[in-house]
Design a protein. Structure first.
Lengths: 340, 164
């Protein structure tokens, strides 16, 4: 393992893209976090009223957990070793053996069991990713991508976090890259991933995914009955904003991160349409934040002095702006870049 | 709330007007580093989050934020909601109308389904354990598992304090 770089802790906006970025850099593929997020096709929008977590429908601004790892396999030709466990003790033994042997691994954990998180954030969320890079006595050395500094965690806490039950249960999920092609053709990878994201956002056949999903949510907001159940309305609007702005999205529901990706890709490939799309996406991110602010204001209001129609209208503006971005990418970038 | 819906635009206009009226680029480049909210929100407890924003040259770079008021509002809102439910449950426990399991469930920001999944039971079982007479007869193994999930001792689960 002489060719491995030492792990340098850096803070990232999102846990999964952060972990994958750090693991790849250590294997010689030095990409930025937005680049990894974009190339692995991390962006989406989904509003799924049928599936509920803690009584709230799923609203997601990114692909489901684990998809960045899968995207790295697919679009960056990275080979990962992955493993889930039935037996807690076996999982611990293998982790100990790996880190003692100098390996650095990614783990899926539950935030609820991570003592270094602020108590206000320790909800039952089972898909938080972190890096374990060593051991000191009874504690593991953790590089958690959303924290400024490395932390330590007791074996017992880590075991609880790796074997939390419930939705998206990690079952000890452990992963690390074993083969990385540092000379990969990014041009092709970028094109492939943008094509996939654009098609999903514009043409997903289900009404709750992509642009259609945003309109679907807007319609739902518009129909909320403020007079009948103000508390539920407020909690629902708050829920949307939490999914959009809480730890790990980089604000604006990952839109700024994707804008950063488009800009970097544009500079790398010398493609002006990507730069234009980046600016348009930044605008979309700003619109999402305006929408979030309106929701937060409604949450704070003790009376019904807010208009759900206005809030829905702000959301529709996000949909319109995003549609412009994807259409621009489709007509100006995807249609021309193939022949090069 | 001191901000209004168009805080972003207003802030941008204000900051830009310091540089003179000729600057009109806020239409195409937004979310500059100086516009990243730094509201020092309580829920983050001094922790800073990383994010990407545009620098003076219009390039995206990584920067940090101490939080945004909007996210604090929505997080506090859901926590307050759970705290209210926990408070109501505490009264019921003292009146022997529910078990401490319901109280601790809300205290740890869970609902019956989430708790059932975490403990490895069905929701109807957890709801049944809310009944005081069922709770009193719970097996040690089940009690231990609840105590582990709640991060309290079995004693604290069984002997609910009469006062807060």
């Amino acid at each position: 393992m002489a060719d491995l770089m030492p792990l340098e802790h850096r803070q990232y906006a999102h846990c999964e893209s952060g972990v994958v970025t750090a693991l790849l850099r250590r294997r010689g593929l030095d990409l930025s976090e937005p680049m990894v997020f974009g190339i692995t096709g991390g962006l989406t929008f989904a509003y799924i009223p049928l599936i509920k977590i803690t009584n709230m429908p799923i609203i997601s601004y990114r692909m489901f957990p684990g998809s960045i790892i899968k995207g790295a396999v697919k679009n960056l030709a990275v080979e990962f070793k992955t493993r889930r466990y039935r037996d807690k003790r076996e999982a611990l033994a293998e982790l100990t053996q790996l880190v003692d042997g100098g390996e650095i691994v990614g783990l899926q954990t539950s935030v609820y069991w991570l003592p270094y998180f602020p108590p206000e954030m320790r909800f039952q969320f089972n898909a938080h990713n972190l890096i374990v890079y060593g051991r000191a006595g009874e504690e593991f050395l953790v590089s958690d991508p959303v924290f400024e500094h490395p932390v330590r965690i007791k074996t017992e806490d880590l075991q609880n976090a790796r074997f939390a039950r419930g939705t998206l249960a990690p079952r000890g999920f452990l992963y690390y890259p074993v083969r990385v092609n540092a000379a990969i053709d990014l041009r092709e990878a970028i094109r492939k991933s943008i094509k996939r994201t654009v098609h999903m956002m514009l043409y997903a056949p289900m009404p709750f995914i992509g642009i259609k999903g945003i309109h679907y949510l807007a319609k739902k907001i518009e129909r909320l009955n403020v007079r009948k159940d103000l508390r539920t309305v407020r909690l629902f609007l708050g829920h949307i904003v939490r999914m959009q702005e809480e730890i790990g999205t980089g604000g604006g529901g990952f839109r700024f991160m994707y804008a950063a990706f488009l800009q970097e890709a544009g500079q790398l490939l010398g493609s002006p349409p990507l730069g234009e799309a980046s600016q348009m996406m930044t605008e979309a991110g700003d619109m999402w934040r305006r929408f979030a602010l309106a929701c937060a204001r409604a949450c704070k209001s003790k009376t019904t002095d807010f208009d759900v129609g206005e809030i829905a209208q702000l959301l529709r503006k996000c949909a319109t702006q995003e549609k412009l971005v994807y259409s621009h990418l489709k007509s100006k970038y995807l249609s021309t870049s193939k022949t090069e | 709330m001191k901000n209004d819906v168009f805080m972003l635009q207003r802030q941008r206009c204000r900051l830009l007007s310091d540089k003179g009226p000729c600057v009109n680029d806020y239409e195409d480049v937004a979310m500059k580093i100086f516009e990243v909210p730094q509201d020092k929100i309580k829920t983050l407890q001094g922790i800073k989050k990383a994010l990407y924003a545009v620098d003076d040259q219009g390039n995206y770079t990584r920067t940090t934020t101490s939080g945004w008021e909007a996210e604090e509002i929505v997080l506090t809102q859901v926590i307050d909601d759970f705290e209210e439910k926990a408070k109501a449950a505490a009264l019921l426990v003292r009146n022997n109308e529910t078990s401490p399991i319901e109280y601790f469930m809300y205290k740890k920001w869970m609902d019956p389904l989430t708790l059932a999944q975490a403990v490895g039971l069905y929701r109807w079982q957890v709801k049944r354990h809310f009944k005081p007479h069922v709770f009193k007869k719970l097996a040690d193994k089940t009690l231990n598992e609840y105590a582990r999930i709640f991060g309290v001792s079995v004693g604290a689960l069984q002997n609910f304090p009469e006062e807060d």
